[in-house]
Design a protein around this ligand. Structure first.
Ligand code: ATP
Length: 355
């Protein structure tokens, strides 16, 4: 797919405060990009720069090769869906959606025809004569979407559009949005601080931290090979364990004495290894330690029951190691239980290791 949007060396400062440091990002046609990061990391600022509500201090933004950095928002071939939907309260659902085509010079009949087509697409055909205050939050959200896509923009920007919805509706809307985006083929840039939402929606996640892009990649890439401690902590549960190189092709973790074969030479003498909780297994007489796996012993300090599974905290020396238990491993777990875990060392991901 060819590049639709290019953000090149963009910096943005508010007074003395640097909100964005040298951002470089390409977005391809039809791609679903999620900007993910904690509050204040600069996601909305980046979205507002793309939309044209803010101007970059340095750098430029191109759409299909054309520099749009200094075009006003309404002249950019994109549209924005805001968190609060921003519907016109005094207009019917149909007129809200037809507003864009009317502004673009279509007569009332044609504008209504276009609006009805997209209302059908978002499943709101029967609601066209209602007013925003007579429909639910989820339906208002869909009207806002319909209004944003009726002019067939090349790019749709969405700033936490689902955050006002309850959890169940939010999950349903995530899938609807994903399917709609695939059907339309419009590139979406979606802002959220919710990692699960990001993983559900994105073709590519852009993880931001303190005004910088920390890492970009598919959900799986980012989960399996995070580039930093920050990314590893931000995406899912994780164990961060210190390691030291102890010999040729050999490392040792701070949580046990066992030497681990490590082929790569491109690692620093010491650093941090990432081990996800689901890669640790309980050892008992039904589950012996597989050949080549490492083991560690500890005392259960906490059990967090999450329904389908529990996250169990194990005190290994001074370290807390988290593992995932389904409750069917054949070991009764309680606070204070002494347990043995095993893991395959190939599941360790060493930060900073060159590929
Ligand atoms: P959230 O998830 O809370 O919306 P965000 O990642 O979208 O956060 P931004 O809204 O982009 O964060 O803000 C990034 C930083 O820039 C914040 O520290 C914010 O206070 C600051 N900032 C944003 N807009 C302005 C402004 N107009 N004037 C001064 N500082 C600003």
């Amino acid at each position: 797919m060819s590049v639709l949007l290019s953000i090149n060396n963009v910096c943005k400062q508010f007074g003395q405060f640097r909100a964005l440091h040298n951002i470089n990002l390409d977005i391809r046609q039809g791609e679903f990009i999620v900007l993910l990061g904690p509050s204040g990391c600069g996601k909305t600022t980046l979205l507002r720069l793309i939309a044209g509500f803010l101007q970059p201090d340095t750098g430029n933004i191109l759409i299909e090769g054309q520099d749009i950095s200094h075009l006003p928002p309404y002249r950019r071939p994109l549209n924005t869906v805001f968190q609060n939907y921003a519907l016109f309260p005094h207009m019917s659902v149909l007129d809200n959606v037809a507003y864009g085509p009317r502004r673009n010079g279509f007569n009332r009949t044609d504008a209504h025809e276009q609006a009805r087509q997209v209302l059908d697409l978002v499943g709101l055909k029967e609601f066209e004569s209602r007013f925003p205050h007579d429909i639910s939050g989820g339906q208002q959200q869909r009207v806002a979407l319909a209004r944003a896509i009726v002019n067939r923009p090349k790019l749709l920007l969405l700033d936490e559009p689902l955050s006002a919805l309850d959890m169940r509706l939010r999950k349903r809307m995530q899938l609807e949005l994903k399917h709609l985006q695939e059907k339309l083929g419009i590139a979406f840039v979606f802002v959220t601080h919710d990692q699960e939402e990001a993983m559900t929606l994105a073709d590519r996640i852009v993880v931001m931290n303190a005004g910088r892009i920390e890492q970009e990649g598919s959900s799986n890439d980012i989960y399996r090979t995070p580039s930093s401690s920050f990314v590893a902590e931000f995406i899912g549960e994780t164990n961060q364990i210190g390691y030291q190189v102890t010999g040729m092709n050999e490392i040792r973790l701070t949580i046990n004495e066992q030497p681990i074969f490590w082929e790569s030479h491109r690692i620093s003498q010491q650093g941090v290894a990432i081990l996800r909780p689901e890669h640790l297994q309980l050892v008992n007489k039904n589950n012996p330690i597989p050949a080549g796996h490492c083991q560690l012993h500890g005392t259960v300090s906490d059990i967090i029951a999450l329904g389908s599974h529990s996250l169990v905290h194990l005190l290994v020396g001074e370290h807390v190691i988290v593992f995932r238990s389904t409750g069917f491993e054949g070991t009764e777990l309680a606070t204070g239980s002494l347990v043995c875990l095993s893991f395959n060392p190939t599941h360790l991901h060493l930060l900073g290791e060159a590929a």
